[in-house]
Design a protein around this ligand. Structure first.
Ligand SMILES: Cc1ncc(COP(=O)(O)O)c(C=O)c1O
Length: 391
């Protein structure tokens, strides 16, 4: 055996997802497939997206394509935007440019945790936290969300914490449930983390993974835990709001509430670690485009119409669905209780959903609302019919 023990663990933890990905790969570009699996674009890029990148393609200096760390203009645009969005005084040096949220999460692990440290992750939650932790020699510890409501379960997080806990990961708006957590939840979590840090004589960090932050419905507000618990770092990606996950761009941010001396130490490690994790900085062009990209967004009104259509139809049929407050996912309990059977029956009709077992929830399914309204209309009769048969 040549591959490392951590590679074996990482691979095993995500085998279900990569297996599923391989099976549905052929759907990409198939005009007959009604694909609701991954959060990929189903229409041409947003207006303004290619122009924002194209405007930066022609070199304006000899170092246009030189090695890039975090570009100042991108840090400036982000710290200004983030300060307004979260009502916290971020400074440009608090921001490290990364290859999407993936890159920001890797940077957080490298910055804050040592081999063998435990990291608490939400379940159901994004399926890449575990493999990323295994690949970094860190230990995932699962903390279930509240059953049925998928609220943050503060007690469950408290129970998951041990003397080896270094990071707790939270994700709001949440993949796959679409829940958005209120400030009161962060205040309660902050109290638990403060107590546990004191009890164990070791600071527990909060990693707030916020790539869906700007995708919210019905005027639901967004509170970042960075405002409630000073020892918070943020991971962000433009992939979701711009629906362009193939063009890698995002950032890592330190909460400005981190005490100044501690923040100074952390800041000093951001550039060296960006290098140490394998030149984790985004491409030059993507960084130059950030000020323009900051102003773009997918059409939230259209996404709301798609959510309402799909959610309304499922609820009318008696399917238990969590009403998404954010993200572009719809999370439901499979009629009949077997998520795989529901997805298989639909796949036989050319309609592809994501089975909940990819999130360790075999009774559930996830629908990505990045599919077009036309696809939703074509798929709904099948979904409702199969739901009726399996109920
Ligand atoms: C919760 C969550 N975090 C992080 C990511 C990674 O985002 P990106 O591919 O933009 O780096 C995703 C992507 O699906 C996600 O759902």
């Amino acid at each position: 055996m040549h591959i490392s023990a951590r590679a074996i663990e990482a691979k095993a933890s995500v085998d279900i997802v990569t297996g599923f990905l391989a099976r549905i790969q052929s759907l990409v570009g198939d005009p007959d497939a009604l694909d609701f699996t991954f959060g990929n674009p189903h229409e041409m890029a947003l207006p303004g997206f290619s122009a924002a990148i194209g405007a930066k393609l022609e070199p304006q200096s000899v170092d246009w394509f030189a090695y890039k760390t975090s570009e100042r203009e991108a840090q400036d645009a982000i710290s200004a935007g983030l300060s307004a969005e979260l009502a916290l005084p971020f400074e440009p040096d608090d921001i490290a440019m990364t290859q999407g949220a993936f890159g920001a999460i890797s940077l957080a692990f490298a910055l804050l945790a040592d081999a063998g440290d435990e990291v608490v992750i939400p379940v159901p939650g994004w399926f890449c936290y575990e493999p990323m932790l295994f690949a970094t020699n860190l230990v995932p510890v699962r903390a279930p969300l509240a059953s049925d409501s998928f609220d943050l379960d503060i007690e469950a997080i408290a129970r998951a914490i041990t003397p080896r806990t270094r990071i707790v990961i939270v994700n709001s708006p949440a993949n796959p449930t679409g829940r958005v957590y209120p400030e009161a939840a962060w205040d309660a979590l902050a109290a638990v983390l403060e107590d546990a840090s004191r009890a164990h004589g070791r600071r527990i960090w909060l990693l707030s993974d916020e790539p869906y932050r700007r995708i919210r419905f019905d005027g639901v507000g967004f509170a970042s835990p960075a405002g409630s618990y000073p020892w918070t770092v943020i991971a962000y990606s433009y992939a979701k709001v711009l629906l362009a996950p193939g063009q890698r761009i995002g950032y890592f941010a330190l909460s400005p509430l981190i005490p100044a001396d501690e923040r100074e130490e952390l800041r000093s490690a951001l550039m060296p670690l960006g290098l140490a994790i394998g030149w984790g900085f985004p491409d030059a062009i993507m960084q130059y485009a950030v000020p323009a990209l900051e102003t773009l967004s997918l059409d939230i009104d259209e996404l709301t119409r798609k959510r309402d259509r799909m959610y309304g139809a499922l609820i009318d049929e008696g399917v238990e669905v969590t009403r998404p407050e954010g993200t572009f996912y719809l999370w439901g309990r499979a009629p009949g209780g077997d998520g795989q059977a529901f997805c298989d029956a639909l796949a036989a009709r050319g309609v592809y959903l994501m089975p909940g077992r990819l999130f360790d929830q075999p009774h559930h399914f996830r629908i990505s609302l990045t599919a077009t309204m036309a696809t939703i209309e074509r798929a709904l009769p099948h979904i409702l019919e199969v739901a009726g048969e399996l109920r």
